[in-house]
Every structure is written in structure tokens, then in C-alpha cells.
Design a protein around this ligand. Sequence first.
Ligand code: ADP
Ligand code: UDP
Length: 239
Amino acid sequence: MEKLELKYEGKAKKVYATDEKNYYWVAYKDDATAFNGEKKGQIADKGEVNNQLSALFFTEIEKAGIPTHFVRLLGQRDMLVRKLDMIPLEVVVRNIVAGSLSKRLGVEEGFILSQPVVELYYKDDALGDPMVNESHVAAMGWAKLEIAKEIQVMGLKVNEILRNILAKAGIDLIDFKLEFGIDNGKVILGDEISPDTCRYWDIKTREKLDKDRFRRDLGQVEEAYQEVFRRVKEVLAGQ
Ligand code: ADP
Ligand code: UDP
């Protein structure tokens, strides 16, 4: 597999063309941003953790019957993925109130939701990723209504899969963000699943083990990323 021209450089990853036209080479970076790019920094070895942890999660999700873009690892911080026609939405699933939901509803972080909540955000940095609903998605032509519904159902299924693995690792899955795309008319889970895109709290100590350590200057950022990776690897190796 050959890495060809850079197609896109985002905040956390670089996406390259390959010698196979339906596949992309994704290189995960150590760069970290928060608050819509206002806060910038680096998290040592984040690229390696996010790449390999995403690979583990995608493999489990795929086994559970949900198609993902992950093909195989290409190195410590690189993976091969199926090229998707991305739907410009972020699908956020929440089990426990934190972050923007806490602010929006005036509910304290840590409030346990009686059922998972799914939200859609339109992916647009200039607009600060506004929250939208499925009728906006269909009316704006970002995706058909059935697809907007399908990605929410898939988000909830992914929630069950991840929650189950993480619980065995002593971690509560608070919330997370997914991105989907289309390949040959089929909806596929893309992008990444990592401490950058999820909130993880230690079940016992309630310690944050995710990007909130960077966002909120809590220290021990690298250590938290490594800890989640170590625990998940251990759980999956023992299955
Ligand atoms: P951002 O664009 O938010 O800064 P990244 O740095 O993570 O994010 O860049 C990765 C980009 O690649 C994102 O725009 C994401 O939507 C896109 N992407 C993820 N998976 C695929 C895929 N399989 N095919 C095409 N694009 C993808
Ligand atoms: N999230 C993400 N990318 C975004 C926005 C949110 O990965 O552009 C993730 C975030 O890490 C958290 C979940 O989605 O796990 C919910 O985020 P929230 O809406 O609370 O926003 P935040 O507090 O991160 O601004």
C-alpha cells in the first residue's frame, strides 16, 4: 500500500490518497485543539493511542454487525480506511450529562440520564458546529431523512457496544461523537473513536480520562490517554 498525495489535513489527522482508489491512508497527529480551534497544543503520543484505540473499537463494532471504514493498521499512528463520502454531521450520544449539555440545560455534570440521548450537529467550524435536528438535515439536503434516522440508531448501537467494553475496563462512557459516510449507497461508520472524541470517567474515582484534561488544564493528559488504551487492550485481550 503506497501513501500518495495529501487530500486533507484536519485538526487531528492527515488523510492521504493511496494507490487503491477506494482507500485512504489516515495519519493521526499529536496536535490537540479545543473550543473550536481557539486552544491549541500537543499531547505526546496521542496519535499512537488514538489510532490503535480506534482500531480496537472499530474491530469490535464491526464484529457486532455495524460496518466501519477501518481496514487495517499501517503503523503505530497510521491506518487504512475505506474512502467515504462523508455526511457533514456529528452524531453525539450521551449517557451522563457533561460539557455543552450541562451548560445548555443548566444541569450539573454527572447527572445520569434515564436513557441515552442522541444529538446531531452540523459540521461547520465557521458556525461552531450548530446543533440541528433530522428535519434540518433532510431539508438542507445534507442527508436523506432515512439516513439521518439510521445514523442515530447506529449511534445508539455503538453506545451499547462501547459501554460494555469500557465497563469491563472500569470506565464509564459519559458521551461521544461519531461521524458517518456513504460507500456504494451504504452507511458506514468513519472517522475515529478515541479520548479526543469521547468522555471517559473512571467508574470508582470519577477521574476524567479524556480530552477534558487538556480542555480544562487538569494535567496528566498523556497518562490518561495511555491508561484508557492500556485498560481496553487488556479487556479485549482477555476475551
Ligand atoms: P477535522 O476535520 O474535524 O479537523 P480531523 O483532523 O480528524 O478532523 O480530519 C479528518 C477528516 O477526515 C474529517 O473531516 C473527517 O470527516 C474525514 N474522514 C474521516 N473518515 C473518513 C473516510 N473514511 N473517508 C473520507 N473522509 C473521512
Ligand atoms: N465532540 C467531538 N468533537 C466535537 C464536539 C464534541 O469529538 O467537535 C465530543 C466531545 O469530546 C464529547 C461529546 O462529543 O465526548 C459531546 O461534546 P459536547 O457537546 O459536550 O461539547 P464540548 O463540551 O466538547 O464542547
